[in-house]
Design a protein around this ligand. Structure first.
Ligand SMILES: [Zn+2]
Ligand SMILES: [Zn+2]
Length: 445
């Protein structure tokens, strides 16, 4: 039996190759070969984000009807799952498609999370049931997309239709050499329509866990003006914790350790975080928010700061630090900005660089019914109309970026994620309020 399966698999592989060759022949013979602006080969593959799919609600079923249909057709009722496997689905799970009760749900992949329903024969992940209730369709041919891979933070869906205009167009854009190479190394090319669904819950974005831990500033041993001096040197003038500690001793004759400087900064960050995040900002217009990312070192490791700001009113709306420069980081940064709008403008446009993660984030929000446009200013010269129109906004955020970089250089990296976060927060408040963090804290403590 095993041998037959191996043989069949080899045959399928062979037939696939023959079909591809035949398809190439037909395309070459009857369709014009037109090199495209969107290359399909590996070096560009990561930079491409395909259009949004058509998202439809999947037709839900009723398990009672399905069970009675089974009884009518087979003359006997459908038995509940005979549980012999050591892997059991989580107690109380019901099928998201037909509502079948727990007795009909079984583990489909040996404890790795995917479950199956014996009544409607669908497979699903219990914590991602919302995805099962949707049908994603290819925007080019209208066929339902197939879930191909399950990555750490997203699922990959593709259109496997070989007559899909998107696929045919990509095929015709390939040169002869590329086609020959594709036969040998298909993984290097991206011909089919490809869509990523992020496994991030919108609700989880509301909970921000990056609140710096702190000492209680109202109970510190030093006088308040010492706290003011510490913050002025460390935040306003960008001195490192050690430099701050040493200037306080050299100039003011105050003995304070560099660790205490760090603790004060973290505590100040904790106090101001709420003001920075929840202040009722009056953001200016639908086309004024732009974003950029830059890297910093935390404990010797590369991290990324995602800035977003209202470039007209100079309000910084996102400032978080992330370990990766990926779609999830972009989603979180954009969420922080969107949450600062009292009412989201209907024609909201966000301006970024050419990084495709922002388009992925845009798709993520569209899935949740939150719509905005993304314009990408690419390269340093205005090679397209969009870059020409929005470059001035991009230049403002790049200026902000340089300011942060200037302060960061003095600090020579951060030795913990928390310290990096609290330093940013304080600096941010310093930039927002011209009076500076020292005055702010003295007013509020
Ligand atoms: Zn079901
Ligand atoms: Zn398609």
């Amino acid at each position: 039996m095993k041998l037959v399966a191996v043989y069949l698999l080899m045959l399928i592989k062979f037939l696939n190759r023959v079909l591809f060759k035949f398809q190439c022949f037909l395309v070459d013979r009857f369709l014009q070969n037109s090199p495209s602006d969107n290359p399909v080969s590996e070096k560009y593959r990561a930079l491409r984000v395909d259009a949004m799919p058509i998202i439809e609600k999947r037709e839900l079923l009723d398990y009672r009807q399905l069970l009675s249909k089974y009884l009518k057709e087979r003359g006997k009722p459908l038995k509940p799952v005979n549980r012999r496997s050591k892997y059991l689905p989580p107690l109380g799970t019901i099928c998201p498609i037909c509502n079948a009760p727990y007795e009909y749900i079984y583990d489909n992949v040996g404890g790795r999370g995917q479950l199956g329903c014996k009544v409607c024969k669908s497979t699903f992940y219990p914590d991602k049931a919302y995805l099962e209730k949707l049908t994603l369709k290819c925007p080019h041919c209208g066929r339902a997309l197939q879930k191909k891979r399950d990555r750490k933070q997203f699922f990959v869906y593709t259109c496997v239709n070989r007559c899909c205009p998107f696929y045919v167009r990509n095929l015709t854009s390939m040169s002869k050499d590329e086609k020959a190479d594709f036969g040998k190394n298909p993984y290097k090319y991206k011909l089919h329509y490809y869509y990523r669904v992020f496994d991030v819950k919108l609700d989880s974005l509301k909970k921000d866990t990056s609140i710096p831990s702190a000492v209680d500033l109202s109970r510190i041993r030093n006088a308040r003006y010492v706290l003011g001096l510490v913050l002025t040197y460390h935040i306003n003038y960008g001195l490192s914790t050690r430099q701050t500690s040493s200037i306080l001793w050299d100039v003011h004759n105050i003995k304070i350790s560099h660790q205490t400087v760090a603790n004060y900064a973290a505590s100040a960050a904790r106090v101001v975080k709420h003001y920075v995040d929840d202040y009722p900002y009056e953001l200016s217009s639908s086309v004024s928010v732009c974003g950029d990312e830059t890297y910093i070192k935390v404990s010797g490791k590369r991290h990324y700061v995602f800035f977003m700001m209202d470039a007209v009113k100079k309000i910084i709306t996102s400032y978080s630090i992330f370990l990766n420069r990926d779609g999830v980081a972009a989603i979180k940064a954009i969420y922080s900005t969107l949450s600062k709008f009292k009412n989201l403008p209907e024609d909201l446009t966000l301006i970024f660089d050419g990084n495709p993660i922002y388009v992925l984030a845009q798709h993520f929000f569209a899935q949740h019914g939150i719509y905005f446009d993304v314009k990408q200013v690419i390269d340093l010269t205005n090679r397209d109309e969009v870059s020409k129109e929005y470059r001035w906004l991009k230049q403002i955020i790049e200026r902000l970026n340089r300011t942060f970089k200037g302060v960061y250089r003095g600090k020579n990296g951060f030795n913990s994620f928390e310290r990096a976060n609290s330093s940013w927060l304080c600096l941010l408040l310093f930039l927002i309020s011209c009076a500076g963090i020292r005055l702010f804290l003295i007013m509020f403590l």
